[in-house]
Design a protein around this ligand. Structure first.
Ligand code: LER
Ligand code: MN
Length: 270
């Protein structure tokens, strides 16, 4: 397993669960100095910075790019793949595809989190799932062309009503032949929704392709009360070799949250 830490450059997400918000050269340097293997990027969009600049910062600090988020489409533009307005849905899909292209040039997968939207009101669950499936098929195909995965993230009930649990999401991906799409096991969302974190990981098995490494209160692992040894055992049993990426609040400070994360990562994975 490999360590990663989140770097955000989206002003609307300044209070969100991201560790470093400094300019990217400083954030890359901080991540490298603490010994992380990779960074996960939360950017306003694909035109925020040249791919070549990211590549050169990553090379200079021997950091990989673990993944790129797409949530700016929601927090900055109010976009969702399951919006009732077809023009908004198309705009949302263009945004996610453009982030898949951006990440693809870095060998990094894009993540679908908040942009999956919700059903309700005039939109039935069946209709919403049909739109989500259509979008996931397009994202799966685009990621496959780049030779990377696409990452779908079940969220807790307060953020989506599409998929809140890993096991049904894994079955859904398999039954729709979404073979380049993997699941994000965000331990914060799972702490709210899953009966047993280790069992949920085992049930999703090889479909788990990324982990958001967050304690029960969305702080660094060790600053909350999630029992982590059974989580790590389950990840080992399913031969998980991806990232444990800290998508957490920068509390009590970004530096302390990051230092605690790498300490917990080393203790749990050594
Ligand atoms: C995104 O990774 C996530 O976990 C969501 O809670 C963002 O709001
Ligand atoms: Mn997450």
């Amino acid at each position: 397993m490999k360590s990663a830490i989140t770097l955000a450059q989206v002003p609307e997400a300044s209070a969100g669960p991201f560790v470093f918000h400094q300019a990217l050269p400083d954030s890359f340097a901080l991540a490298a100095s603490l010994g992380f293997d990779a960074v996960e990027l939360f950017l306003p969009g694909p035109h925020f910075i040249d791919v070549a600049k990211i590549k050169s910062m990553a090379a200079a600090h021997t950091l990989d790019i673990a993944a790129v988020g797409t949530g700016a489409g929601m927090v900055q533009h109010g976009l969702s793949l399951t919006d009732g307005d077809p023009a908004k849905r198309a705009e949302a899909l263009d945004f996610v595809l453009s982030m898949i292209d951006f990440g693809g040039q870095l060998g990094a997968p894009a993540i679908l989190g908040s942009m999956q939207g919700k059903w309700g009101g005039e939109i039935s669950q069946e209709q919403s799932l049909a739109w989500l499936t259509e979008a996931l098929q397009a994202c799966n195909e685009r990621a496959g062309r780049h030779g990377v995965n696409f990452i779908y993230e079940p969220l807790n009930r307060y953020e989506t009503n599409q998929f809140n649990h890993l096991a049904p999401a894994a079955q859904y991906l398999a039954s729709h032949n979404l073979d380049h799409t993997v699941l994000l096991a965000d331990l914060f969302h799972m702490n709210i929704e899953e009966l047993d974190l280790g069992e949920a990981i085992r049930a999703a098995g090889a479909k788990v392709g990324h982990v958001h490494f967050a304690d029960s209160n969305r702080q660094a692992i060790g600053f909350g009360h999630t029992e982590m040894s059974s989580v790590i055992t389950a990840l080992r049993e399913t031969n998980y070799d991806g990232y444990l990426s800290a998508e957490i609040f920068p509390l009590p400070s970004p530096e302390t949250a990051a230092a605690q994360t790498i300490k917990a990562f080393q203790e749990l994975t050594s």
